[in-house]
Design a binder for this molecule. Structure first.
Ligand SMILES: [Zn+2]
Length: 484
């Protein structure tokens, strides 16, 4: 290639990429106009989707078909639009507790229903026909669990096809013979972009179709589209994109669908600081998928160098909800320096609409290769074991003064029901005995930090409270009720 030709190429690619960036910015900025606001928390159910689907059924632009039923008899619907020759198939929530992309799908459908962005939409819908299958595992979603009502991971049922949800997915894939498939999941919030403290808010994978991880044209096309999406998303979540592990799993859907000839793009929604309900990540899904559809429709992805895929940092799993570093911990009055990694697990209430936190120390020692959504440098602070007091007046407790005197457990009249309390002290029953304090993985992180003989911080159920600030001004989830 001569220099002038190279220069020309750079200019052309520069123009097309900046045009794409401009359109994407307009799409990102106008997102709230299309956001489906009835789906704003993660514990959405099949029933929440039905009025929305009924709306699209009544709209001539869309075709809604029932394509199967879950084990418990919930309808699986395919919502299609567009008149292009190329079929694109997108499905979400084959794991019931992974709803982020289901929400994004309804945002996308609202976008396509509207009269805005006519030119871009025509470009997409004249070239492509889009098929959305939201919430493939409604029985799992009902109880916010990964597996379906058979107790099976649908993503390990692509060959045996014992679950009706799996058979529906396979049937639709085969009938469409889609050029591109979007396999939409949520991943652990503890994934980070390798060797950085940034969470992998979005991870991509061009799924392998064999153990050798060969790259044929089908897989290469998925890689190129991913490079395009990554470039767009880096603008809105810099450094927060990871590349998902591409080990071949012979029983998984993505891997088989890639083998059956569909360019398979996995999108995983991870974590994002202070975004418990993952609404910012939902928006990133929306922008990401729309930008992918746009480059596929225009065919502009074909010139993207496939090698750039490898430049996206790998996923790693090095995040904690709270990392406390350099804290002093004394055994027999001898001081030791430790880092602590603390995670806050969500436990569902029986209705599976809400949850409380139960936290655990997951690791301790030198955690200098790990990161925290929240990190506290406890240099100079010493861990103080929590104390128990008796107070019949549970509802009126002055928690700040309790904390200053090292109390984290209160024996009191317990509410009849419940496992958690909003106040930052644990409530315990008549027969509760405070166990000897020992810091170790698997234990509940409740203790205090003192400096110069004064308690300055409380850690209650894995939440850090600065005692110089009112606790209701700080981020706190809940304390626990220990009945015995
Ligand atoms: Zn999943």
């Amino acid at each position: 290639m001569n220099k002038r030709f190279l220069l020309l190429c750079t200019i052309i690619m520069g123009i097309s990429s900046s045009t794409a960036q401009n359109i994407t910015k307009a799409i990102y900025d106008s997102y709230d106009d299309y956001k489906e606001t009835s789906l704003n928390n993660r514990r959405i159910k099949h029933a929440d989707l039905q009025p929305l689907i009924a709306n699209f059924r009544g709209n001539a632009k869309f075709k809604v078909q029932k394509v199967g039923e879950s084990i418990q008899g919930r309808d699986l619907n395919l919502i299609s639009l567009g008149s292009g020759e190329t079929n694109i198939f997108l499905w979400s929530q084959m794991h019931g507790n992974e709803p982020t992309a289901t929400q994004a799908i309804f945002d996308l459908l609202n976008f396509f229903k509207s009269g805005d962005f006519k030119k871009e939409k025509n470009e997409i819908l004249n070239n492509l026909t889009l098929h959305f299958l939201p919430m493939l595992n409604p029985d799992g979603a009902e109880v916010f669990q990964r597996r379906n009502a058979l107790g099976v991971d649908i993503n390990r049922d692509a060959l045996r096809l014992q679950s009706p949800e799996s058979r529906a997915l396979k049937r639709v894939r085969d009938s469409l013979d889609a050029a591109f498939g979007f396999n939409l999941h949520d991943q652990s919030t503890y994934y980070n972009a390798e060797r950085t403290e940034k969470p992998a808010s979005i991870s991509y994978l061009a799924t392998a179709y064999n153990y050798e991880k060969d790259i044929n044209d089908v897989r290469a096309n998925a890689m190129k589209v991913i490079v395009f999406m990554n470039e767009i998303i880096q603008k809105y979540a810099p450094g927060q994109v990871g590349r998902y592990n591409d080990d071949f799993e012979p029983r998984a859907f993505g891997d088989n669908i890639a083998k059956w000839g569909t360019s398979l793009i996995l999108i995983e929604s991870g974590g994002y600081t202070n975004d418990i309900e993952k609404q910012e990540i939902r928006k990133l899904n929306y922008v990401s998928i729309l930008s992918a559809l746009y480059t596929i429709a225009k065919g502009s992805y074909v010139d993207i160098p496939v090698e750039d895929y490898e430049k996206i940092p790998k996923n790693d799993r090095k995040l904690f909800d709270l990392k406390i570093k350099n804290v002093t911990y004394k055994i027999s009055d001898k001081p030791y320096i430790l880092d602590l990694g603390i995670n806050r697990q969500e436990i569902d209430f029986v209705d599976h609409n809400t949850f409380y936190y139960k936290s655990t120390i997951v690791d301790q020692g030198d955690l200098s290769t790990y990161y925290g959504y929240e990190t506290f440098d406890a240099s100079g602070y010493t861990i103080v074991a929590p104390k128990l007091t008796v107070d019949k007046n549970g509802a009126e407790l002055d928690t700040k003064n309790l904390h200053k005197s090292g109390v984290a457990f209160v024996k009191t009249h317990l509410p009849k029901n419940g496992f958690a309390v909003k106040k930052p002290v644990h409530l315990v029953g008549e027969n509760f005995k405070l166990p000897d304090f020992k810091l170790s993985p698997g234990k509940e992180p409740t203790f205090f930090l003192e400096k110069d003989g004064k308690i300055k911080y409380a850690i209650i159920n894995g939440f850090l409270l600065d005692l110089s600030i009112a606790s209701d001004k700080q981020k706190f989830g809940n304390a626990l009720i220990h009945r015995n």
